[in-house]
Ligand binder design. Structure first.
Ligand SMILES: [Zn+2]
Length: 324
């Protein structure tokens, strides 16, 4: 029998990433299409089905090559029913029956999970968490996403909202407002947006000198990457920003570690590309606040799959569902 493929889909507000993935979790082909969220998102499922059929035709393959489709979607998902509970940037109404709709247009089995959970599953299957059955994945991007895997299974919680690590309260009083409606969430500090905000606040006071202050004076803003680059060459303002970020991240991860004692905590997303300047400081804070047995056994590492984690983890969903 020739090799079968799974389609992994990572549904985002602006692009939809797709990939054909073999049963070993390796990408055979990947591509992306734009997300059409007009008309309350009514074209999204047919666009995905068409993208898959067109790509199969390009590769001179038949639909029988595919065993199913796994998809990661933003927002809380009811994994059992494949219903997206609520999502703001795709145009869909609350409780959108994504799995049923996609199955109908493509006539293949479909499984759906929250996108941050898919990233965690991807890293578990074929990335930094390979071989680990207890794993926490934290995606540090524009926001902060999280996925918790215990004994090989995603922890969903009663309302699909488990693993919302970005909304752990880091600053109980007087924190910055978060997209979720609370204030002081980890996401307001350890996301790219949070880093830019903290740096901007320090630089706006006008006392700072050095590399980062010069970029700010020239452009009126700094990026998260500017902060990392400046910290690496010893810029005092950038170092202060990194200290604040790594303290809160290390502190939150230590408490997650104390709760779950996972084999690995994997950090992914654009912010994790800051590399050692961030990771080493996070590890120091983690070691300071973690229970001794956790400190000795839970390892912090950087994700290895990059932007592919979502599609690979999505593919794992259907492989797992079909017992392949
Ligand atoms: Zn929040």
């Amino acid at each position: 029998m020739s090799e079968k493929w799974i389609t992994g889909v990572d549904l985002g507000g602006t692009t939809i990433k797709l990939a054909f993935i073999n049963l070993n979790g390796e990408i055979v082909e990947k591509w992306e299409i734009a997300t059409d969220n007009s008309d309350m998102g009514k074209n999204i499922t047919t666009d995905i089905a068409k993208a898959i059929e067109d790509k199969l035709a390009d590769l001179k393959q038949d639909k029988s090559k595919l065993v199913g489709i796994g998809m990661g979607a933003p927002g809380p998902v009811d994994y059992e029913t494949g219903v997206i509970l609520n999502v703001v940037n795709l145009g869909w109404e609350d409780n959108f029956p994504l799995q049923a709709q996609l199955q109908e247009v493509i006539s293949l089995p479909v499984a759906i999970e929250n996108d941050a959970n898919c990233a965690a599953l991807g890293e578990m299957w074929n990335g930094a968490g390979k071989g680990a059955k207890d794993l926490v994945c934290v995606t540090l991007g524009t926001g902060v996403g999280g996925g918790v895997i215990a004994n090989g299974n995603i922890v969903q919680g009663i309302n699909g909202a488990a693993g919302e690590i970005g909304h752990i309260t880091s600053i109980p009083v007087g924190g910055a407002p978060c997209n979720c409606g609370k204030t002081g969430c980890l996401e307001t500090i350890a996301s790219a947006t949070g880093i830019v905000r903290i740096a901007g606040k320090q630089l706006a006071e006008g006392q700072a000198t050095g590399e980062l202050a010069e970029i700010f004076a020239k452009n009126g803003k700094v990026t998260a990457k500017d902060v990392f680059d400046a910290a690496r060459i010893g810029d005092e303002t950038a170092k202060k920003v990194m200290d604040e970020v790594s303290f809160h991240l290390g502190f939150a991860l230590a408490n997650i570690g104390n709760t779950l004692n996972p084999q690995k905590i994997v950090l992914g997303g654009g912010v994790s590309r800051a590399g050692d300047i961030l990771i080493n400081a996070v590890k120091e804070n983690f070691a300071k606040y973690a229970f001794s047995a956790v400190r000795d056994s839970t390892e912090i590492s950087v994700a290895t799959l990059g932007n592919d984690a979502g599609v690979i983890g999505a593919a794992w969903l259907i492989k797992n569902k079909l017992n392949l």
